[in-house]
Design a protein around this ligand. Structure first.
Ligand SMILES: [Zn+2]
Length: 108
């Protein structure tokens, strides 16, 4: 039996860790370059990459919170039920989106 929720959560935990390491290394290398972001082309690239990685990290953390909420629903016995109409959420949808809170009809 596959457990898409646990698998996705594990992947997301790894993603958060990888992005955190990447952000740390960007910040670390930025500490060795000039602080003149606006006039140093390298600084602009670093600032852009930093913002991009920070955005991805924020997304991954949001997904992790949603997956944690899904695990609480699993423990409470309400996982896989639509939060709006109460019908079961399709298996295919849960595999694609383990943190889904609504069935495909309500999501439309
Ligand atoms: Zn529904």
């Amino acid at each position: 039996m596959t457990d898409p929720l646990a698998r996705r959560r594990r992947e997301t935990v790894e993603l958060v860790a990888a992005l955190t390491r990447r952000l740390d290394s960007i910040l670390e290398s930025a500490a060795y370059t000039t602080n003149d972001d606006e006039h140093d082309p390298e600084g602009v690239t670093v600032a852009f990459e930093r913002a991009q990685v920070a955005g991805l990290l924020e997304q991954a953390r949001t997904e992790l919170r949603e997956l944690d909420a899904a695990e609480r629903r699993l423990a409470a016995g309400t996982y896989g039920l639509c939060a709006r109409c109460g019908d079961p959420i399709g298996q295919g949808r849960l595999e694609a989106l383990p943190a889904a809170t609504t069935c495909i009809r309500c999501a439309r």
